[in-house]
Design a protein around this ligand. Sequence first.
Ligand code: ATP
Ligand code: MG
Length: 418
Amino acid sequence: MKYQAIKGVKDILPKDIGKWHFLEKTAKELFETFCYYEIRVPVFEKTTVFSRSIGEDTDIVEKEMYTFKDKGDESITLRPEGTASIARAFVEHQMYNPASVVKLYYSGPMFRYERPQSGRFRQFYQIGVEAFGSEDPSIDAEVIFILMELLRRVGIPSLELNLNNIGCTACRPIYRDKLQKYFNSRLNALCKNCNQRNVKNPLRILDCKNKGCIEIVNNAPTIDQFRCEKCKVNFDQVQNLLNKLDTPFKINLRLVRGLDYYSRTAFEVLASGLGAQNAVAGGGRYDGLVKEFGGPQTPAVGFAMGVERIISLVEHQGKFTFKPNVFIVSLGDIAKEAAFQLLNKLRMDAIPSDWSSNQGSLKSQMRKADRSGADFTLIIGENELKNEKLILRNMQTSQQEEIPLKNIVESVKSRIKS
Ligand code: ATP
Ligand code: MG
């Protein structure tokens, strides 16, 4: 029988993992500099954690969730995103503290039953941050800045930060009604999906990728005409602070997010070179979510970025591949045993080292040494052992030298460093 991974789910192989480590390490360092600390939440939750918070009539909940009954007949869902679980954990562990902002980051797999295609998978990874406990626009600006700085540090070219303020519980309902009326008189020109969307959540029509719908949306009323005074001021402040941090953005009045819990600040980062799946990250403010989970009213803001889409834009594959510093080649049984011991010594001294445990001929071992990408090859034959001198070959220059067996680890180390 031939086994294959499930459609839309990918293995990440050692040849590619270097980029992942680079991104994860860069993110961790940056987040911790901004005093965001890691939280790890389960990959599955009770279904209602997602359905209630993300919104019953969103794409994620309607079509994309991996939901199943467990053996206790409980409805379980593999997390489609991180924010809902983190808000649930925040309330469950009473992490709220009126005196401080709780700043968290996370990283891990998410699951959505989508049509697999380039940049769109059924298991994919996200890295994100969430800041709970402040309404201050400086937190919105901080979160957005961290995202843009991370993308800059990993070297993603041609990014566009789209920014909007989608109103709050005071002003958004008014906009929503206006929008609904506008679409109601144009239902014939909207796709079937959008006809349904208009009943419960007309804002989601703004997100439709259908050509006919886009044309209608282009002339639809925009949120800026409806924002309340507080949202107007807030949006100005967020923009001002982003300017202060030299973070360019483009106002996009049609930007809404595909999840219900957002309010005020909403943003998305687009990258060129990814085709249709060009959104690398998105986020915004979600001031009502903690309360929804039974906690006290707690404003919050965060982002999530799609790791695969970013990885596909990280260049210089060679820079991230693993290779040993030293490859040991041995000839004969006695030398093999000595090589085994020496190999372990090098490794215990934190020098990445390898050999061919199958030994084989000198020629085939040299070929393996070459293929391994090692900086140096150490050659041990019985004569070398007798004379207590080994041959060290610099794989780049092909120069060979004899070095004494005594203090060999130190000698090798000094050459690796130089
Ligand atoms: P899209 O419009 O591409 O469907 P989304 O709005 O559903 O994105 P979010 O829920 O905001 O995405 O998730 C944040 C990021 O996670 C996206 O910007 C994207 O980079 C990534 N992402 C979302 N869904 C997938 C997927 N199925 N496969 C790979 N990456 C994804
Ligand atoms: Mg989506």
